[in-house]
Design a protein around this ligand. Structure first.
Ligand SMILES: [Fe+2]
Length: 315
């Protein structure tokens, strides 16, 4: 499952039905053509097949969550009152979510450039995909869908400490854009930003998407890429060939990753307070210039992400 910080959806030809299937939704294509990033969730467009995909995904994750998910996620999914049989209405999700942490899921038409995505987090808005994968192709999807976003990410946003860490991470984007604005010369500025965006994308990947947390008896999963992946969640905890290390910031920001196979290396945090302190450290390093030259490699930083930082409207 690709990270929200770096997905770019492709458009498949041959749109047939007017539902909300990933890469085959006329409604979404229309919104993109019109340049609308933030959209409504046209709930009536979900087809029976769309709901069936949600039902199947939810049913097969449930026992995995009981076994491998961290307690904050379990509590969160309970407090959101998601219906196992029907795709959730974001409006209803938000009714349960907002009073807990101020976070809200906000429907988007597709790819959100990094700065915009992070700035939404800073404002407690989570850009949320509303399409869902095909019900006969549940396993691999390179881009996020509503199951990944709402069943994988949003339950974590019900937790106060996690939510604070996420907001803090969003604030780092503002700091990065401010730092970049002070750099003379477009090439030097672009080089700086490429490195900082790469460092942040790696951090996001190894924590928010694929993070493990130390539990009282065993390791648990808190990363949303794992929480929404039926195959990988067990693999992350059980497989003997996965390397699992206590997180070190220096390592994580210099460590490349590939999105098209199970992760061979995962990092462990002690708690969400620990995660928060790592985000603090990330920002302090940014200010000290320690993110200006991280190891090259994955992920690639695309032009759109770079531009989103260069043209950021700062407070
Ligand atoms: Fe994600």
């Amino acid at each position: 499952m690709e990270s929200d910080m770096q997905s770019s959806a492709s458009i498949s030809p041959g749109l047939t039905t007017n539902d909300l299937t990933t890469n085959a939704s006329p409604f979404i294509e229309q919104a993109k053509r019109a340049g609308q990033l933030y959209i409504e969730q046209p709930y009536e467009l979900y087809s029976a097949e769309n709901h069936e995909a949600w039902r199947k995904l939810y049913a097969r994750m449930l026992p995995c969550w009981d076994r491998y998910a961290n307690e904050h996620f379990l509590k969160g999914i309970h407090s959101l009152c998601l219906n196992p049989d029907r795709i959730p209405r974001l409006e209803e999700v938000n009714r349960f979510l907002s009073p807990l942490t101020g976070f809200q899921a906000k429907a988007v038409s597709g790819y959100v450039p990094s700065f915009v995505f992070l700035d939404c987090l800073r404002n407690r808005r989570f850009p949320t995909t509303i399409t869902i994968r095909r019900s006969d192709k549940l396993d691999y999807l390179p881009e996020p869908d509503i199951f990944h976003d709402v069943a994988g990410h949003v339950p974590m946003h019900t937790d106060k400490n996690f939510a604070e860490a996420l907001v803090r991470f969003g604030e780092c984007a503002n700091t990065a854009a401010e730092m970049a604005a002070g750099i003379r010369g477009p090439d030097t500025r672009a080089r700086y930003l490429t490195s900082v965006i790469r460092a942040m994308a790696r951090f996001f990947w190894f924590t928010i998407e694929f993070g493990l947390m130390r539990g009282p008896d065993s390791l648990k999963v808190y990363g949303s890429g794992l929480l929404s992946s039926h195959g990988e969640i067990a693999h992350a905890i059980e497989a003997p060939d996965v390397q699992r290390y206590p997180i070190q910031l220096q390592w994580a920001i210099n460590q490349g990753f590939e999105i098209n196979h199970y992760q061979p290396l995962l990092f462990i945090v002690d708690s969400f307070d620990h995660l928060f302190s790592l985000v603090d450290q990330l920002e302090a390093w940014m200010k000290d210039g320690k993110l200006s030259n991280v190891a090259p490699g994955e992920p690639e930083v695309n032009e759109e992400d770079l531009k989103s930082f260069l043209h950021a409207e700062l407070d």
